[in-house]
Design a protein around this ligand. Structure first.
Ligand code: IFM
Length: 471
């Protein structure tokens, strides 16, 4: 497949990019339920998403993750694809129900074996594995006992973290405990758009608290299970972090009430998670706002949550321009469309400056020692042309602008260590099923054929150009 003229121009643009540090991680991210498929294979247990997908009306077109991208069987080819793109890092998640089909108790050796093979294949391809322990596929058996709303889940998660890191801790040196606690709590338990589809504010806040507590419980376990051989060779020491999706709130006007709404939005989306992780406890204004819905917090909990992090993972997609809306549900803020702005097919505003602003805030206000952009990307209505080529110029422009914003933050002194595009492959986009394509690689689901999109080629050219110019 020869690149067209347009693509040559794009490749030229990627070689004009400013220089990133030599040890910078250039990666792509995925999640188990969104790509693996093989939902009933080799002893995997049921997850809350298997159940949710089978509940009528929950997922568009009744789509499920049963087959997804069939990555469970095609992971070697997918790694070869990443290698061809020049990625030096890959962020993926472990399916808890593959490891512990009932959530706790008997370990499924075939599940551990799969991730063992995946990690070995990545290392053989010179790709550094970044492993997320929880990207939303809770074993259904644990949900039946109360799920994240029940504090007992903290021990279950710690046990799961122990089982996985005992097996992989000799080769995996970058761990992410959770992906996007806001989604787990608010989409899963307040709006009900995600599994398990609950709608209760107090439960939501208790879930958020238990997720953060489980993070605090897992961090020392992941560190304890890091095998020393690697560091003796002078290699990477094990680093543990958490990934949050942050969405800046911008007031729609300079009225007092809109400014208060933007502050509430920030408390609800960002500070409710950032503050306790950074050792500040829950934000006072939000405790007052949530009133009787605040979670039960036991003595010592806030210290447990505030365990020092090696890095913070930022997932950034869009900002929210909001006005005060007392009739709306929490956080009583109405989201506006910005006139003249560009939107993805998720209806998310394309706003690259937001990424730079957030990175600066994370390093200046929260002082995290290192930051990775663990997800950033866009869904567009991609399709292959008559020659089987996917021209996704809008995604190329999106990546270009956002990676430029990352560089801007880096130049301003933020301790940025890597960037992961969401996503490697088109995949199962939760309640939207397969209707939204985020990949830099197109997946033709009926045949499972992969086609590198123009954005994938552009990203590869950028990475190559960076490698070609040592510091
Ligand atoms: O697909 C999701 C991913 O699972 C978590 N972060 C946002 C992505 C796009 O919606």
């Amino acid at each position: 497949m020869l690149p067209g003229k347009e693509l040559l121009i794009q490749e030229k643009m990627s070689s004009d990019f400013p220089r990133f540090p030599s040890g910078f991680a250039w990666g792509a991210a995925t999640a188990a339920y969104q790509i693996e498929g093989a939902a009933q294979t080799d002893g995997r247990g049921e997850s809350i998403w298997d159940r949710f997908c089978r509940t009528p009306g929950r997922v568009l077109d009744g789509d499920t993750g049963d087959v997804a991208c069939d990555h469970y069987h095609r992971y070697r080819d997918d790694i070869a694809l990443m290698q061809s793109l020049g990625l030096n890092a890959y962020r993926f998640s472990i399916a808890w129900p593959r490891i512990l089909p009932q959530g706790r108790g008997a370990v499924n050796p075939a599940g551990l074996d799969f991730y063992d093979r995946l990690v070995d294949s990545l290392l053989a391809a010179n790709s550094t594995p970044f492993v997320t322990l929880y990207h939303w596929d809770l074993p259904q058996a644990l949900q039946d006992e109360g799920g994240w709303a029940d504090r007992a889940i903290v021990d279950a998660f710690a046990h799961y973290a122990n089982v996985v890191s005992r097996r992989l801790g000799d080769r995996v040196h970058h761990w992410i405990t959770h992906n996007e606690p806001w989604c787990v709590s608010f989409l899963g338990h307040y709006t009900g758009e995600h599994a398990p589809g609950r709608r209760d504010l107090r439960e939501t806040l208790q879930v958020a608290h238990n997720v953060l507590l489980s993070h605090g419980a897992a961090v020392p376990i992941l560190r304890a299970n890091a095998r020393p051989e690697h560091s003796r060779k002078g290699g990477t020491r094990t680093r543990v972090g958490i990934t949050c999706n942050l969405t800046p709130g911008v007031p729609a006007s300079d009225s007092e009430s809109d400014m208060a709404a933007a502050r509430r939005w920030d408390g609800y989306f960002n500070r409710w998670f950032l503050d306790p992780l950074a050792g500040r406890g829950y934000p006072e204004d939000m405790l007052a706002y949530y009133g009787p819905a605040v979670p039960t917090i036991q003595p010592g909990d806030l210290d447990r949550i505030a365990v020092p992090l090696d890095f913070f993972g930022l997932n950034y997609y869009f900002r929210a321009v909001v006005s005060d809306d007392p009739a709306a549900p929490v956080p009583q803020a109405h989201q506006h469309r910005v006139e003249g702005a560009d939107y993805t097919v998720m209806d998310w505003e394309i706003y690259p400056d937001g990424l730079c602003e957030l990175l600066l805030r994370l390093s200046r206000e929260y002082r995290f020692p290192a930051i990775y952009v663990t997800e950033n990307g866009a869904a567009f209505a991609d399709g292959a042309d008559s020659e089987g080529v996917v021209h996704d110029a809008r995604r190329v422009a999106f990546l270009q602008a956002h990676i430029a914003a990352v560089h801007q933050a880096l130049a301003a002194g933020t301790p940025l260590a890597g960037y992961f595009v969401w996503s490697l492959l088109d995949n199962f986009e939760w309640a939207y099923g397969y209707a939204k394509r985020f990949g830099i690689v197109y997946v033709d689901y009926p045949t499972q054929r992969r086609i590198i999109k123009d954005s994938g080629r552009w990203y590869a050219a950028l990475i190559n150009a960076q490698r070609a110019r040592p510091l």
